[in-house]
Design a binder for this molecule. Sequence first.
Ligand SMILES: Nc1ncnc2c1ncn2[C@@H]1O[C@H](COP(=O)(O)OP(=O)(O)OP(=O)(O)O)[C@@H](O)[C@H]1O
Ligand SMILES: O=C(CO)[C@H](O)[C@H](O)COP(=O)(O)O
Length: 735
Amino acid sequence: MTESATRAPLGEAPSSASGAKAPLAAEEPRSARELSRHEFGTELSTLRQSRLFWVGVALKVVLALCFGSHFATRWFAPFAYEFVHSHFANPWDTFLARGEPMAFPYGPGMLLVVSVSWLPALVASFDPASFLGLFLLRIPLFAADLTICVLLMRWLRMNGRDAVIAYWLSPVVLYATYVHGQLDLIPTALLCVALFLIFTKRVTAAALVFGFALATKAHLLIATPFALVYLHRTCRPRREWLKFGIITAATALLLYAIPLSSHAFRSMVLGSAESRKVWLVSIPYGTSGLVLYVAPAAIVLAVLRFLSYRKVNRELSLMFIGAVYVGLVALVPPQPGWFIWSIPFIAYLGARFTRTGRFVLLALSASYLAYFFIGDPQVFLEAADPLLGAGFGQRTADALTLRYPGLLGAHAASISWTCLFSATSLTAIEMYRKGVRSNAIYDFRDESFMIGIGGDSGAGKHTIARDLTRLLETRLSVINGDDDHKWERGHVMWRRFTHLDPRGNLLNTQLESIAALRRGGDVRKRHYDHDAGRFTNPLVIKPNEFVAVVGLHPFYLPSQRELIHLKIFVDPKEELRRKWKVARDMAKRGYSEAQVIEQIEKRMADSVSYVRPQMKYADIVLRQGDTDPARPHHVDLELEMVSELEPLALYDALDMVSSLEVSWTPDEQLTRDKVTVRGDIDPEQIAALADSLLPDADELVHDVGWLTGGRGIAQLAIVYAIGVRLSRARTREIA
Ligand SMILES: Nc1ncnc2c1ncn2[C@@H]1O[C@H](COP(=O)(O)OP(=O)(O)OP(=O)(O)O)[C@@H](O)[C@H]1O
Ligand SMILES: O=C(CO)[C@H](O)[C@H](O)COP(=O)(O)O
């Protein structure tokens, strides 16, 4: 698979270029909803084109029709059928009265989801244990299965296709769901949907789905602290986690309240033997009767560890939730359905970290099937009873046990359980390690990442800062270099010096501000109000993950250069800069055209002496060529980038876009490369390029903040450079 394969739009020219669709305005942000709709379309079409996907569908349909253990044929299918057929009478009462306390140890949410496919039972009578019944039982499970697969592809992006192998064809899901007949895929899919909504910051919707999910099966309570911590660490306003907790709890409690008055419900669901299994493995602590509950201890340990992270990203959350669920099954008596809880997360590991991930996936799947066959051959084989006749499983298991007592006895079962235990433990450890490593990639520890944006007046410095704010949002603070002018407008000293002269600016004050913000301290600073030409009272600038220093001299002093992690210089075509400056100063600063032109001419010598020389220290120089407001997708940009940032990778990515003409020229010393870009590009293509250039680009930037045309390419080049610098710093730290 080529890296671009999951993103269809890369090679297509944007629609405005062809004139087929109204052009997107450069400032028009796309909503997160629009973007996700588009991406799911991409994922579904990737699935439709995958032969392996269709092989999986065929296999699942056949298994769903023909197989089912007594869990499916004696309990779950009749339970759902009874509920619908009786026009929604309380089925727990009916089954407890029949002496079937194990029939449905799930919450009301699970009954609601499972019943959807049984609506024909409202008007028709049939045997729920028949092929038809088995198939109806699997319809919501298939929907849950597909939902998980699509969400995984979305999360995995460039490795999306690998999700088909790692998840869609998972032997654990095939056996537990389509052969045995466990329902755990439903809460698992709901958990994944809730996580997807959490990651895209749709907190209310996430809480409603998560609350409903808890009402399907209470094991999801284990994922709750991880969701709360993630929201606490990543969401602004900070209280979002509380809102999530309240809505989730209210939704779950409301749903549980519906059947709560039923004694049968309380005894079959709330007091079920299954939920008590979590306490069964314990270590005695001396003779006083004190014991250590192993599984709860592991869960608490994981939650505490997760809480200790200052920064948590999506991958760390997925890996921790997966590690807890996979670790949990190693610490309780083995249940076939419980393994399902961790499978999407293990598949994520398998697709994302292919070498180790696939190895653990394989080890776990093989030892899972081996244990559930050797440990209980009768239940394993009875799933074929609907196809091969009642009693097939029992007869065959008895015959095999008699013939191979060593292979199917208690000792063999313990050996296979030991293997399964080892595979699950290894998986949990791998998930923990990979999650922690991925979380560290864009973590800049206790420093702010400083970005300097320099250039002449009207060259587009603040425009770049605003375009970066769209991507970095509240994680970016901006210092304005103009705040460090020495005097207010009209001051007599401005007759001696221009604003471009370092002697007209407090560059040492600026240096102190940069140093303080970089090490995480607040800065109190007056602001230069361009409307009035006066300084305001001092304002507080807070440190942040990213700080942009925007001005005429952000890297004039050597010490400024040392403190700034990424130096950007804007150097548009002079004619264009004049046009922009005249328009901006006339519209926003109250000057006439003649006044602006006179000011430009007067400052020219200082621009050449003091501003432009900073260009040689820049990591990136952005040279905007012609712009055409009627063609927002249009690009005419020259990028100069220090070779250490590997501009060739950027060139390679841009060169894949067929609607662009890209060229690359290194300088003779191989220290700076020039990349020229001409053509058309839209924000979705730029988002796709960011995905291909940076691991977890969406962790670094807000996905819907990408612009179109030249400004979008400038955003891409800067974000790429930030990503390279950050990941290099982390790699050095890890090494
Ligand atoms: N890439 C761009 N594409 C189109 N227009 C631009 C671009 N960059 C800047 N402009 C236009 O140029 C004007 C000046 O840009 P901006 O205010 O960002 O310049 P500046 O370098 O920050 O100026 P100053 O230092 O004088 O405050 C803006 O009002 C905007 O209309
Ligand atoms: O763009 C500028 C510097 O980047 C301004 O020209 C400078 O800040 C002077 O301001 P004013 O026009 O208010 O005298």
